[in-house]
Design a protein around this ligand. Structure first.
Ligand code: SAM
Length: 219
């Protein structure tokens, strides 16, 4: 059996810190959450590698560095209400759950949402609530949020997200063309929004009413 605790420390020291992740709380959460438990057992040996991994249904668990970078951009202090779009394996939500008060997460693929919910129950992540549906519409019944994090790539900023953010709330998302995107932090201000650009990346598409069209996503 691999020493997963050691591998997590190595991941933090070799993948996250050298690339500029500085928030001590984020580094601690990345060292704490057991990423291997969010992938199939035959992938446990690669769970702390510097890459995304398959989770079934053509979807992926994101690269650890992207999880840390996106989380850091949310500027969490501990008392926030956060919305994640794209539950996937549940790993990103588990990281958020250690850093914020309440985490809501939406997944469009019911089987992934179900598995993630079971995982949260079995691992004791009690401040995460999972919904199945089109996350491009946000979660109006729970808005406003201190932060919204979109872990699939979008062609544009859905207006619904801005409307569901508090003033000074942060929207962290990946935007660009189908196979090449950039990570952005968008802050809702009194006057409108301010946008700052972060790292280039490639993510699976955000499919839905305000995202990519399912029929045309690969054309
Ligand atoms: N955060 C995930 C994790 O930690 O494993 C990784 C997410 S994976 C890169 C992107 C996920 O977004 C996929 O599971 C995909 O099904 C989901 N997704 C795509 N479009 C969506 C939508 N409109 N609403 C909700 N989930 C969506």
């Amino acid at each position: 059996m691999k020493d997963f605790k050691y591998l997590r420390r190595q991941m933090v020291e070799t993948q996250l810190m050298p690339r500029g992740i500085r928030d001590e709380r984020v580094l601690k959460a990345m060292e704490t959450v057991e990423r291997h438990l969010f992938v199939k057992e035959d992938l446990w040996g690669n769970a702390y590698d510097d890459c995304a991994l398959p989770i079934g249904e053509g979807q992926t668990i994101s690269q650890p560095y992207m999880v840390a970078a996106m989380t850091e951009l949310l500027e969490l202090k501990g008392d926030e209400k956060i919305l994640e779009i794209g539950t996937g394996s549940g790993y990103q939500a588990a990281v958020l759950s250690l850093l914020a008060k309440d985490v809501f997460t939406i997944e469009r693929i019911a089987s992934l949402a179900f598995k993630a919910e079971e995982k949260f129950k079995s691992l004791g992540y009690n401040n995460i609530r999972v919904k199945t549906g089109d996350g491009t519409l946000g979660l109006p019944e729970e808005a406003p949020f201190d932060g919204i994090i979109v872990t699939a790539a979008s062609p544009k900023i859905p207006d619904t997200y801005i409307k569901q953010l508090k003033i000074n709330g942060r929207l962290v998302m990946l935007m660009g063309s189908r196979y090449s995107q950039t990570l952005y932090k968008i802050k809702r201000t009194q006057a409108g929004i301010s946008i700052s650009e972060s790292t280039p990346c490639v993510f699976v598409p955000l499919i839905g009413q305000e995202g990519w069209d399912e029929e045309r996503v690969d054309s």
